[in-house]
Design a protein around this ligand. Structure first.
Ligand SMILES: Cc1cc2nc3c(=O)[nH]c(=O)nc-3n(C[C@H](O)[C@H](O)[C@H](O)COP(=O)(O)O)c2cc1C
Length: 175
């Protein structure tokens, strides 16, 4: 948004604004995923909640990765898997967000990115496009394999983890 030649700036000191903006955006409740991929030193992952479905035909999903993340450059032109965490998998979310390490029984399959066992859903993707997203990069992946199970989801809301209960009666048959 521009007013004349000078770019418009909100009337709040930048660090305060960034904090307030993060708190505001955090009111949008999401699920929690771990993005997994093969790196030079073996399988790696990163916890993420900026995941969204984009298209069914072709089947596309989007993830947004901070340019400062160590995974950022590794993910360029690389296959990845979106692992949607179940309510009981909060320790996995913490592990892949720089928390206490865990021993992971990686599921390895030829030609697909490694994935985590026992997650609520997984979507194996091959790289499709990448777009500039300011201090993040938006990676679109084309889904080449997926599966899911029933169960409650791990959620993230207002800066903390929460549980998202599975509806008693799904509406998938209506979609
Ligand atoms: C709930 C949650 C959601 C997150 N969402 C994102 C995200 O959408 N994009 C991102 O780049 N980092 C996100 N992070 C931060 C990364 O998981 C964290 O910076 C991680 O340590 C980066 O690992 P790396 O530097 O090894 O790549 C999230 C962290 C948590 C706990």
């Amino acid at each position: 948004m521009e007013r004349g030649a000078e770019p418009w700036r909100p009337p709040v000191a930048a660090p305060d604004l960034a904090r307030a903006l993060r708190s505001c955006l955090g009111r949008f409740a999401t699920g929690v995923c771990v993005i997994t991929f093969d790196a030079q030193d073996g399988p790696r992952g990163l916890t993420l909640n900026s995941f969204t479905s984009v298209s069914v035909d072709p089947p596309l999903v989007l993830i947004s990765i901070a340019r400062t993340a160590r995974s950022h450059d590794v993910l360029v032109d690389r296959s990845f898997c979106v692992n949607v965490l179940g309510a009981e998998q909060q320790s996995l979310a913490q592990c892949f967000a720089g928390g206490p390490p865990q021993s992971i029984a990686w599921v390895q399959r030829p030609d697909l990115a490694p994935r985590l066992p026992g997650v609520l859903a997984h979507l194996a993707c091959r790289p499709y496009r990448a777009y500039d997203g300011g201090d993040h990069t938006l990676f679109l992946g084309e889904v080449v394999d997926f599966d899911y199970r029933s169960g409650d989801a791990l959620g993230y809301h207002a800066g903390g983890y929460t549980h998202i209960g599975e509806p008693a009666l799904g509406v998938e048959h209506l979609l």
